[in-house]
Design a protein around this ligand. Structure first.
Ligand code: PMP
Length: 283
């Protein structure tokens, strides 16, 4: 069945879904995006994703391509037309199409694309066995809080991880601090079961899953601390894990080939995964 995409005011089949070669997203990566999980046909944490989209657009001085309410309608319509039950919806807004020039012509209207993808059941082995990560230098710009479509360092990092049979690459800044993964937020758990993750500042993307997991951890009586942690600290942690919209909560059992804890997913991570799963499924 052909997939239906929303492209600048029209619902079109995948083969006809196209933007101008002068779109600034294509020419300059001048745009932002959101990925929202869909469970039983309903977007999960939609308002939080819209709030972050608002921050990203505002930081880049790109106007909303339509009202927030209208975007909610478009998201629902794309899901309906694609019969998406479980999967994700992708929203990309760029500064629009204009003759190529760094300077943006006055009155350029933003572009908007919304697509939906189905996803099958999760790979149970990931929860049972955990995954490995590698570390790489964080070579990104100083506004990683903006969910920009300019993702070259993340893409190169993810490819390196794949070549090295790792699930993801955790990015390390000049002070030996792990900022985050290429598509995930990074966490550790210390020997007192304190859950630690990098503060939500300009050095990381403030993940929606990160925020929800923080709340669920606190509800579950865990101490959550937002502070930077080093590679050495992560290797010596009792547990490590990562979070994202598409991966939920993933246990990390090795960092650069060094075992974390006893090399198996730990109870804190498992508990948070269960709580997050319940949050997504509403059970
Ligand atoms: N950090 C980066 C760099 C990411 O790309 C993502 C996923 N888009 C995340 C963190 C996790 O964010 P979220 O929980 O909102 O998916």
């Amino acid at each position: 069945m052909a997939r239906i995409a929303y492209v600048n005011g029209r619902y079109v089949t995948g083969d006809l879904a196209a933007v101008s070669i002068e779109d600034r997203g294509y020419q300059f990566a001048d745009g932002v995006y959101e990925v929202i999980w869909v469970q039983q046909g309903k977007p999960v944490d939609l308002e939080r994703h819209f709030d972050r989209l608002d921050c990203s657009l505002d930081s880049l001085n790109i106007p909303w391509p339509m009202s927030r309410r209208a975007l909610g309608v478009v998201v629902g319509e794309v899901l309906r037309r694609n019969f998406t039950r479980n999967g994700h919806v992708y929203i990309q807004a760029t500064r629009g199409a204009a003759r190529r020039n760094h300077l943006v012509p006055e009155g350029t209207a933003p572009s908007l694309v919304v697509t939906a993808s189905r996803e099958g059941p999760r790979d149970a082995a990931i929860q049972d066995q955990g995954v490995g990560v590698i570390t790489i230098p964080d070579i990104r710009w100083k506004r990683c809080d903006i969910k920009s479509i300019a993702l070259l360092p993340n893409i190169l990092g993810k490819q390196k991880a794949s070549r090295e049979k790792a699930f993801d690459a955790w990015q390390v800044n000049g002070h030996d601090i792990i900022t985050e993964g290429t598509t995930t937020n990074a966490w550790i758990v210390d020997e007192k079961d304190e859950v630690i993750t990098h503060p939500a500042n300009h050095h990381i993307l403030s993940g929606i899953t990160r925020r929800v997991v923080m709340e669920l951890a606190e509800e579950g009586g865990l101490q959550v601390t937002e502070r930077p942690f080093t590679v050495a600290e992560a290797r010596a942690a009792s547990e490590a894990f990562m979070t994202s919209t598409t991966n939920y909560v993933v246990p990390v059992v090795s960092i650069d080939g060094h075992k974390v804890g006893d090399g198996r997913p730990g109870p804190v991570t498992r508990g948070l995964y269960e709580r997050y799963l319940a949050h997504v499924t509403g059970e």
